[in-house]
Unconditional design. Structure first.
Length: 332
């Protein structure tokens, strides 16, 4: 069931704020320790946006980083897809704020709300827009300022989350496209396990914590993800008419290192071919996969032409994945 794509990824950039929140800092806020955090999450640091720095600001810096690295032209982008769970406003959209910041003259703008699966959904949509001929050049953003909705009195969640942004350019390929297969699905009845309240203060007849902070039942999300991701990753690879050995890199959402280790133990791609970003970035939701890819490029691991399986999962509960040939040129 090979996917007939006409799209390729031509460039990427990322940005994280300057301020570092390390485990020693968290020890001063809640009853925790560096050893406990590393043991349970694999995290040492996370980046925190400044008080007046919002998600469109982080995304703007990520796009500038992309232009600086790859010398691409963004003036003719015809669609911006912005995946975030932490927009500045209910409306206008973060994508429209980014358009204003970048001065792109003729582009559609759309925010995507799929929590930690938002970036992979954005990439799926970008591929479909380009392949269908509706767009020629799509800017896909995964960006979050989770620190602004984190409850720093809750020791189970405050150690996890950080801020960051990634920007990807998806364009029409000259020949065959690079998007090999996609998978997505949802278990909406699990929505109670990961939420931030809005207009309604109840879900499924149950009252919500309505403080406007992120609430997570980590155990339930862990159980769901560790069971679901290996199954769906195997399906994703099968749909690409490939074997697990042909996947050079597996890039799951960097939720928690222990969770990813448990997934990789169940297969089909082992931990040594898995890319993550949480050790020095924390869980950055929609930004975690772009940040992991950037780290791998900078370390010389991820090379042009390699096959990469991206897999996002999170609030909804929803997931989306894709196998893509890495079309971004290597740095000399």
């Amino acid at each position: 069931m090979n996917h007939q794509s006409m799209a390729t990824i031509t460039a990427m950039g990322t940005y994280v704020p300057d301020r570092i929140l390390n485990n020693a800092d968290l020890e001063k806020l809640v009853d925790t320790s560096d050893e406990w955090i590393v043991q349970r999450t694999g995290m040492r640091e996370r980046r925190i946006a400044a008080e007046h720095q919002f998600v469109s600001d982080l995304a703007t810096e990520a796009v500038k980083d992309m232009v600086r690295r790859y010398k691409v032209d963004i003036t003719d982008v015809d669609m911006i897809l912005f995946a975030t769970s932490t927009p500045e406003y209910s409306f206008p959209s973060s994508a429209s704020r980014l358009q204003a910041n970048l001065g792109i003259p003729n582009t559609g703008v759309l925010d995507l709300n799929a929590a930690c699966a938002g970036f992979t959904y954005g990439m799926q949509l970008a591929d479909s827009l380009v392949t269908s001929g509706m767009s020629r050049k799509v800017l896909v953003i995964g960006a979050e300022t989770l620190s602004k909705i984190t409850d720093y009195t809750d020791r189970t969640t405050c150690v996890l989350f950080g801020d960051g942004a990634g920007a990807f350019l998806v364009e029409r390929a000259s020949g065959q496209g690079d998007f090999k297969s996609i998978v997505s699905g949802t278990q909406g009845e699990g929505g109670m396990h990961l939420y931030k309240s809005g207009l309604s203060t109840e879900m499924n007849g149950q009252p919500l914590n309505a403080e406007g902070k992120l609430v997570q039942n980590g155990r339930e999300v862990y159980k769901w993800a560790v069971r679901m991701v290996p199954e769906q990753l195997a399906e994703l690879i099968k749909r690409a008419d490939m074997s697990a050995e042909q996947i050079d890199w597996f890039v799951p959402h960097s939720a928690n290192m222990r969770m990813i280790e448990a997934m990789c133990e169940r297969g089909p791609v082992p931990l040594e071919r898995t890319l993550t970003s949480m050790e020095y970035r924390g869980n950055t939701s929609a930004a975690s996969i772009p940040l992991a890819l950037q780290i791998a490029v900078d370390e010389g691991k991820l090379k042009h032409g390699q096959n990469v399986a991206l897999f996002g999962f999170g609030g909804g509960l929803t997931y989306s994945g894709l196998v893509v040939r890495w079309g971004v040129p290597d740095f000399e």
